[in-house]
Ligand binder design. Structure first.
Ligand SMILES: *Cc1c(COP(=O)(O)O)cnc(C)c1O
Length: 386
């Protein structure tokens, strides 16, 4: 059965394979021995290979070893885990925070505890697979609303929300489109219908808001109804997921979130590195300034060339080409020219919306951006996309 599946995927130009990078994550990477400009990572602030984080990790590794040795509730909670959670709580100005092994683990651990099986979940159509999986694990009924369509959500809420607890799920910055959820309106609906609103800010953390606290800061929203989770693996440059909230909420999740309870604690060095990253984000706001300058340049140039981008408002700049084969061809041609931009195809994105997902970081130089732009323009012209 799986052979046929693979053949079918290949025929549909949807087969995916791993590209092996033989260097650390940075704007210039080595791919099969070839120097390649990377416009693909989510390392928005260029922290994944930063010396300050590596030093913090080495110090923690020397003191606390490699593995945590047990789950958090057994003997796996080491000082670096505790310190990171305090730092996150301070950064997000909440009473407490809780970390998980990944953003994926956070979502599948959190969602089933925000809603009962007899409840009802409303989820944006473009939400990340980890959110969908968390919703499914909750066994609550699931309703999908059109992407960022407040009127559609409101009509569904009006029709269905009378019977039990309600959860609305969205992303602060949508991972494959780079656009923002209208959080003020979502908060208003959550309050009106007495629903909980979960915002997955995987791509907003460190990127959005004047101090990098994410989309809630960007929009200036605050509500008892709003739960805010994120990941440490994108702009924070490390690995892991988190949720920030009240002491009571965190105590509840410590006792109920299965992906937290039944999984070995993260490597202590990773937590120490993440804590260092939060400090750096606070100390060096100029990183975010550079990120946004790079983002503006890339976005304006791509649009100027005649490319159709999504309604992005973030450093994620997807070029819509629709046809998966065209997306692959473009990505391959770029790769031959030493530029790595991945083709994103279904099932990651809806049918007929295949795209090249360009991401920029604070570490890209103007020269690197201009080199990529020149190649993207040439290929678009050669393939008659622009
Ligand atoms: C990447 C991502 C996750 C998963 O985070 P990891 O730390 O990589 O597991 C969750 N939600 C969204 C929206 C993401 O983009």
């Amino acid at each position: 059965m799986w052979q046929t599946n693979l053949q079918q995927l290949a025929r549909d130009h949807l087969l995916r394979e791993l590209s092996i990078m033989d260097s650390a994550c940075s704007p210039v990477m080595s791919l099969n021995g070839q120097q390649t400009l990377l416009f693909a990572s989510n390392d928005y602030l260029g922290l994944a290979n930063h010396a300050y984080l590596k030093q913090a990790a080495v110090r923690a590794m020397t003191q606390f070893g490699i593995g945590a040795g047990a789950s958090r509730l057994i003997s796996g909670t080491l000082t670096p885990h505790h310190d990171l959670e305090n730092t996150l709580a301070e950064f997000f100005e909440t009473e407490a925070a809780l970390t998980f092994n990944s953003g994926y683990a956070a979502n599948i651990g959190i969602i089933p505890n925000l809603i009962a099986p007899e409840g009802l979940i409303f989820v944006d159509r473009l939400c990340h697979a980890s959110l969908i999986d968390g919703c499914r694990l909750s066994r609550a009924s699931l309703r999908v609303f059109r992407h960022n369509d407040i009127d559609h959500l409101q009509s569904l809420l009006a029709k269905h929300s009378r019977k039990g607890p309600v959860l609305i799920v969205t992303e602060g910055v949508f991972s494959m489109d780079g656009d923002l959820a209208p959080l003020p309106e979502l908060v208003r609906l959550a309050e009106k219908y007495d629903a909980i609103l979960l915002v997955d800010d995987a791509h907003g953390t460190g990127v959005m808001g004047t101090t990098g606290r994410g989309t809630t800061e960007h929009w200036g929203v605050y509500s008892d109804k709003l739960f805010h989770m994120g990941t440490l693996s994108k702009a924070i440059g490390t690995s892991g997921g988190f949720i920030s909230g009240t002491k009571e909420c965190i105590a509840y999740l410590i006792n109920t979130a299965r992906s937290f309870i039944y999984s070995t604690a993260p490597p202590p060095a990773m937590s120490a590195a993440a804590q260092a990253a939060i400090h750096l984000i606070q100390e060096q706001p100029e990183r975010r300034t550079r990120l946004w300058q790079n983002r503006e340049r890339m976005q304006q140039s791509l649009t100027g060339m005649g490319y159709q981008l999504t309604k992005t408002e973030s450093p994620i700049l997807p070029i819509i080409v629709k046809d998966p084969r065209l997306a692959i061809t473009m990505s391959q041609h770029l790769r031959e020219k030493g530029i790595y931009i991945p083709a994103i195809r279904p099932p990651t994105v809806p049918k007929n919306t295949s795209r090249l997902r360009v991401t920029v970081t604070a570490e890209h130089s103007m020269t690197q951006i201009d080199t990529a732009l020149e190649a993207i323009e040439q290929i678009g012209q050669a393939l008659k996309i622009i």
